[in-house]
Design a protein. Structure first.
Length: 317
């Protein structure tokens, strides 16, 4: 039964860097694991397949559809618990389950899932005409259409530059503001056409709206702020020897993860002139190996994996 569910899940959504994630989680059959971004459960089901009857997997997801999917497909597995919410709620969720500080491994699989991109009504994709929503959690907050209606030209240009690394950010922002004065921008194809027309030169092999859609999505969902909050709570949740794994899909996410791990890897800081030897420093975390990228074979099977980066660390004390 579990194998059938696993096949079904993978057919619908191919989990990125699955083998590498499982290897680096170093799963113990009776361990406690956390999937901080359930998605469509590819990683989660694979973890469950390696757990014994006393093992536990706890999952979070902001997307109500992902949580409903988890409850439908894994409802009969007593080892599994899922909660609707952001990983900014990680510490409280794990404390309520009496496992905070006892977790053996934790996985963050960031970004947008394939089902979210493939559903035109979610508004994440410039390739599909649909409502301009872009919320990970469509049960709360403001959607992208509402955000675009109220944002200033200056703030919009800043978001496109900082979150999308879009070099034509000012031109695009000006075009969006001008277009919204003519009529509300409420659909993905509207926005994609406005952005495309504002860009004088297009990158080969990349849709001109790619960076702008990424930037607006990040802003609407507060993704980078939430990532920092989630990471800040992760180490306290792990027991000594527990593993932290993060899969990111663009440089802004990876930069935050990289800096977080580097900062945690540094030993306790003391004033420079204190007579403290290196042996007295006690680092509480270490990175394991270098960043891991998908193989050429995986990218050929799943092109959406091409930008993925996995970073792994271990709590020392």
């Amino acid at each position: 039964m579990a194998a059938c569910r696993m096949k079904e899940l993978i057919n619908e959504h191919q989990p990125v860097l699955l083998a590498e994630a499982l290897e680096n989680l170093a799963i113990q059959p009776e361990g406690i694991y956390v999937d901080a971004t359930f998605g469509r459960g590819g990683h989660a089901q694979a973890i469950l397949n390696q757990l014994g009857i006393k093992g536990r997997l706890l999952a979070l997801d902001k997307d109500p559809a992902a949580v409903a999917y988890a409850r439908q497909h894994l409802a009969g597995d007593e080892r599994f618990t899922v909660q609707h919410g952001s990983f900014t709620q990680l510490a409280g969720f794990l404390a309520s389950q009496q496992v905070y500080g006892k977790v053996n491994g934790m996985l963050f699989d960031l970004g947008v899932s394939s089902p979210q991109l493939d559903d035109a009504e979610r508004g994440f994709s410039f390739m599909r005409a649909g409502k301009l929503d872009m919320r990970m959690d469509y049960s709360s907050g403001i959607d992208a259409a509402t955000w675009i209606t109220s944002v200033s030209e200056q703030e919009l240009a800043k978001v496109l530059w900082e979150y999308g690394e879009e070099r034509f950010s000012r031109r695009i922002a000006k075009a969006i503001i001008a277009a919204r004065q003519e009529k509300p921008i409420t659909t993905t194809d509207q926005l994609a056409k406005i952005v495309s027309a504002a860009i004088p030169t297009w990158e080969k092999g990349k849709h001109p709206a790619t960076r702008s859609f990424q930037a607006i999505r990040i802003a609407v969902n507060h993704e980078l702020d939430e990532l920092e909050q989630g990471l800040a709570q992760s180490l306290g949740a792990l027991q000594t020897g527990g593993r932290l794994l993060v899969i990111s899909f663009h440089s802004l996410e990876d930069r935050i993860v990289k800096h977080f791990m580097q900062e945690q890897e540094r030993a306790d800081r003391f004033p420079v002139k204190l007579p403290i030897k290196h042996v007295h420093f006690q680092p509480k975390f270490k990175q394991l190996g270098r960043m891991i990228k998908p193989s050429l074979q995986e990218v050929s099977r799943n092109p959406r994996a091409r930008s993925a980066i996995l970073r792994v660390g271990e709590k020392l004390s």
